[in-house]
Design a protein around this ligand. Structure first.
Ligand code: ADP
Ligand code: MG
Length: 471
């Protein structure tokens, strides 16, 4: 019953394809369309499967991961016979991927978008249309970084433009929203003042561009491009560490821009002073503006993010399931999102309602990885060690500040890091009442907002507890 492959040149098909493209452009916006979707070509229609070619492997992976569902749905709406879409690499891979170091092409999604003819003035990377301020959920761990990002975005447009802090240096662990915030700044500027010249790119791509410029003896143009921007954003600057000539060039570019009062925004996985392999003068210069760190997520933030994402996808997911995920998947937001998407995809496929059981089933591998779960005993032990008190004081009735405060810190961490209820936690602390635990949690939350040392202690303890086994 195999029908012969239909060449996609049929007038009907091409007309349908044009409409699908039109819809994609409307839905995702011009920038995303140009970056990701424009190079798609309709190759053939094979039975019920539409085959779409893209020029590079990278684009194939990206389009398949982010747009294929929508492309399929739009096709299906145009032509009910179409139920599947296949994205493939149609050869003639663009130069960018051919020259780029292979690791960098695979590692980051913002890696080189192949320049289209006549468009090679675009030296930055594409912006993800989902990474806007509207889609960013604010909570304690990221509120400073978010406020700083907003401030920079708003100050960069309009007649009363200013540069509130230079550079803005955002840092934090993987998957906590650094790239999201940078793209959000860029989107804000682009939509409010398209005439501002803005470049966003990963440090790897900066390096790649620079090395390419060296190779083609084109460094003047390279310097010119970077030094004429109004806003320069370099993501994951830790990758520049150690590479001497690029570091040098980066340093000069950076200085030139800051001296001309152009806004520079940098992200990294560590604070400026902790960037290894970075020259001292560079490290200190990076810390001159505002340094804002994004802390690991809290349960509340994770839950908030899940609720927002479920709503965006217009999915009704029982709150119990969201709470379960927020408790269990504590590593970072990227994993959390991935988990949610898997659950949704699974439910849609098998047509069954989402429950904690189905979530457990779908996510068993992820859950296991996140299940290096911290126990109350361990928390007590670590906290006691940290504050130099006896472990027995975690259970004792002593109320002296020197032991009572560490005990409260331990209770707080138990609430944050374990799925145990307040009464359960109380019981493990010498049979205290759940209201005592609640009071401790509130107290510590209140204190840590103003007490830098306490906040750092907690952060340190948390990292130690969460990464044990991994280090
Ligand atoms: P990083 O650059 O710090 O490694 P990303 O910015 O790529 O992390 O974030 C990883 C994923 O998590 C992205 O899909 C991003 O949209 C999402 N994300 C991170 N923080 C938030 C947040 N506060 N609200 C909504 N989504 C978030
Ligand atoms: Mg990132």
């Amino acid at each position: 019953m195999a029908k012969p492959t239909m060449p996609a040149s049929g007038g009907d098909m091409q007309a349908q394809w044009a409409r699908v493209r039109g819809r994609l452009r409307e839905e995702f916006g011009e920038a995303a369309f140009r970056s990701w979707l424009k190079s798609m070509t309709l190759a053939e229609v094979d039975e019920n499967c539409v085959r779409i070619g893209v020029p590079t492997r990278f684009l194939r992976d990206w389009v398949a991961a982010h747009y294929a569902d929508r492309v399929r749905a739009l096709w299906n709406a145009e032509n009910a016979a179409v139920t599947a879409v296949d994205i493939f690499v149609s050869g003639g891979a663009a130069q960018a991927e051919a020259i780029a170091p292979s690791a960098s092409a695979a590692r980051e999604k913002e890696t080189a978008v192949p320049a289209e003819p006549g468009e090679d003035k675009e030296i930055g990377a594409a912006l993800d249309p989902r990474f806007t301020f509207e889609n960013f959920v604010v909570g304690k761990p990221n509120e400073l970084a978010h406020a700083a990002a907003r401030r920079v975005a708003e100050s960069s447009v309009g007649p009363g433009r200013s540069v509130p802090f230079n550079p803005l240096f955002l840092y934090g662990g993987v998957g906590l929203g650094k790239t999201h915030l940078m793209h959000a700044i860029a989107w804000h500027i682009r939509t409010h003042d398209p005439s501002r010249k803005l470049i966003y790119l990963s440090a790897e791509k900066f390096m790649y561009q620079f090395i390419r410029a060296l190779r083609f003896k084109d460094t003047m143009a390279f310097k010119g491009q970077f030094r004429s921007v109004d806003v320069l954003m370099i993501d994951d600057v830790q990758f520049i560490s150690g590479k001497d000539s690029t570091q040098e060039e980066f340093f000069h570019t950076f200085n030139a821009l800051v001296d001309q009062n152009r806004q520079v925004i940098i992200s990294a996985d560590k604070s400026p002073s902790d960037l290894e392999g970075m020259e001292e003068r560079m490290r200190s210069r990076l810390g001159w503006g505002l340094v804002a760190d994004i802390h690991p997520t809290t349960y509340e933030l994770r839950l908030g993010i899940l609720q927002a994402k479920a709503e965006q996808q217009r999915m009704q997911i029982p709150i119990k399931v969201l709470e379960f995920l927020a408790h269990k998947i504590t590593s970072n937001v990227r994993e959390l999102e991935g988990a949610l998407n898997r659950i949704i995809a699974h439910a849609q496929l098998v047509g069954r309602a989402i429950s904690i059981e189905s979530a457990q089933e779908v996510l068993h591998d992820l859950l296991r990885a996140n299940d290096r779960r911290v126990t109350i005993d361990e928390i007590q032990k670590r906290v006691a060690e940290h504050y130099n008190i006896r472990l027995a004081d975690m259970h004792s009735a002593r109320r002296a500040r020197a032991v009572a405060r560490p005990r409260q810190v331990a209770m707080y961490l138990c609430k944050q890091l374990t799925p145990r209820s307040l009464p359960e936690i109380g019981r493990k602390f010498g049979g205290r009442d759940h209201t005592t635990v609640m009071h401790a949690v509130r107290k510590i939350e209140e204190l840590r907002a103003n007490d830098r040392t306490l906040a750092e202690d907690i952060e340190l303890l948390r990292r130690m507890l969460e990464t044990r086994g991994a280090i």
